[in-house]
Design a protein around this ligand. Structure first.
Ligand SMILES: Cc1ncc(COP(=O)(O)O)c(C=O)c1O
Length: 441
């Protein structure tokens, strides 16, 4: 057994391992952007106006086709797509929307922007997605919708969620921001609710920089989404001067250059997702032979796109007295010293964030006040023990700069060997002086 690099041993990952930085920009991507500059049309109205915005219109068609859903509207962020999805599907101010205790802050932010109240449900201890078994206990007469998240590129347990929603007459919406290309029992991420949001932020498998989509199979939701994207107005194709405002809405319009860039990137998305799956399978292979470490659990019938590859520590199987965050931080530090990229991606249940805890959405207790006494909604981290346990005992392999979906095979083999080395030498972790892991969420 070799000594850990953290304690002066040799690194297991070479100094120049051949990592690939993200995002990748190809000559075809550059040509796509140049095409827009040459054409000189830089911004885009909503598709339904029929006005000339060729990149946006083609991107919307191509993304819908890629997913296998009827309609997509390009917007300027995943948060915008989610917000639009909620409002277009009929969520109104004062409604309660049930969502996962574990997601990016944008999920509850979109709910709050709709004037609605996020009600969190703890996660399933194996998938880290919302636990359908715990949803029913959070349903009240004010509950309007369930917004489930396909976290880390793995679809939520949609059959159970849809069945529950049907029984309680609730709207279903999907945060598929991390999951373009994932599927559940043959159906694509983005197809499960009345509408879904996707992100193409630069850290995603589909990395445009900033941007997103609202997708739906409902023509009415599409039409409302098109208004919401465009400050609530329509511009009839035969007479664009006839502007009419139908709804209070936002400017979620996109620009032609990112749309052209996105079209070029979209042609590679299936290959990016394939690389993610290949690399996950490589690391899975190492972890299967390594007591103390578990890779992501993928239920039968699910195809993940591994936006994140989360590894769970099983302390009882490791030769170390360390436990919880202390062990996690020491393990991450040891991997870092071996030359492995690691990341936390989140540190606390959404309910623990100061804005939510203080119910300080729009100030003065809004939107909570709309649904009665703001004090009747309390948010405490300890109400989400499975999410807390997950954070204390897990971390993500790779980071936003060199993500798993971009790396060549030798890097993943080197990472697999390093994971085994640290696990096998876990006894040494207690000797090392390790600072608390300080990555922003
Ligand atoms: C789960 C989830 N929801 C929502 C978002 C928001 O997307 P964006 O950053 O594009 O607004 C993101 C990504 O950033 C996300 O990961």
């Amino acid at each position: 057994m070799s000594q850990l690099a953290l304690n002066g041993g040799a690194r297991s990952v070479p100094a120049q391992p051949g990592k690939i930085a993200w995002p990748i920009v190809t000559p075809e991507d550059k040509a796509a952007v140049q095409r827009v500059l040459d054409r000189g049309v830089l911004w885009a109205m909503t598709t339904l106006t029929g006005l000339n915005c060729p990149e946006q219109d083609a991107l919307e068609r191509e993304f819908a086709e890629f997913l296998g859903v009827p309609y997509a509207l390009a917007v300027n962020g995943g948060t915008a797509g989610l917000h639009m999805a909620l409002v277009a599907a009929g969520v109104e101010a004062g409604d309660e929307v049930i969502t996962s205790a574990f997601s990016f802050l944008a999920t509850p932010a979109a709910i709050l922007h709709a004037g609605a109240i996020p009600v969190f449900v703890d996660v399933d201890p194996r998938t880290w997605n919302i636990d359908p078994q715990r949803i029913a206990e959070k349903i009240t007469p004010r509950t309007r919708a369930i917004l489930a998240v396909d976290i880390h590129g793995l679809c939520a347990d949609w059959d159970a969620i849809l069945e529950l929603a049907r029984r309680h007459n609730l709207l279903v919406l999907e945060d598929a921001c991390q999951a373009p290309g994932a599927s559940y029992r043959g159906c694509p991420a983005g197809s499960f609710g009345r509408a879904a949001g996707f992100s193409v932020n630069g850290t995603k498998n589909f990395a445009v920089g900033e941007g997103g989509f609202m997708v739906t199979s409902d023509a009415e939701i599409l039409a409302r989404g098109a208004w919401l994207k465009q400050v609530g107005e329509t511009l009839p194709a035969d007479n664009p001067a006839m502007r009419q405002q139908h709804l209070l809405a936002w400017n979620y319009r996109v620009q032609e250059m990112p749309c052209a860039f996105a079209r070029s990137q979209l042609r590679r998305l299936a290959a990016v997702n394939q690389t993610a799956r290949r690399n996950a399978a490589i690391v899975d292979g190492y972890l299967r032979e390594t007591p103390g470490l578990r890779g992501p659990y993928i239920p039968d019938g699910c195809v993940s796109v591994y936006h994140k590859y989360r590894i769970t520590l099983v302390p009882e199987e490791l030769d170390t007295p360390l436990r919880g965050v202390e062990l996690r931080d020491a393990f991450m530090a040891a991997l870092g010293a071996e030359g492995v990229d690691v990341d936390l991606w989140g540190t606390a249940p959404l309910a623990a964030h100061p804005m939510i805890r203080a119910r300080h959405g729009f100030g003065h207790g809004f939107p909570w006040r709309l649904a009665g006494a703001p004090e009747s909604y309390t948010y405490r981290a300890e109400d989400y023990p499975v999410t807390l346990e997950m954070f204390a005992n897990s971390f993500c392999l790779t980071n936003d700069e060199f993500p798993i979906y971009a790396q060549p095979e030798p890097v993943m083999h080197a990472y697999g060997r390093a994971l085994q080395k640290v696990a096998q030498n876990a006894r040494e972790l207690a000797q090392a002086k390790v600072a608390a892991w300080q990555t922003a969420t």
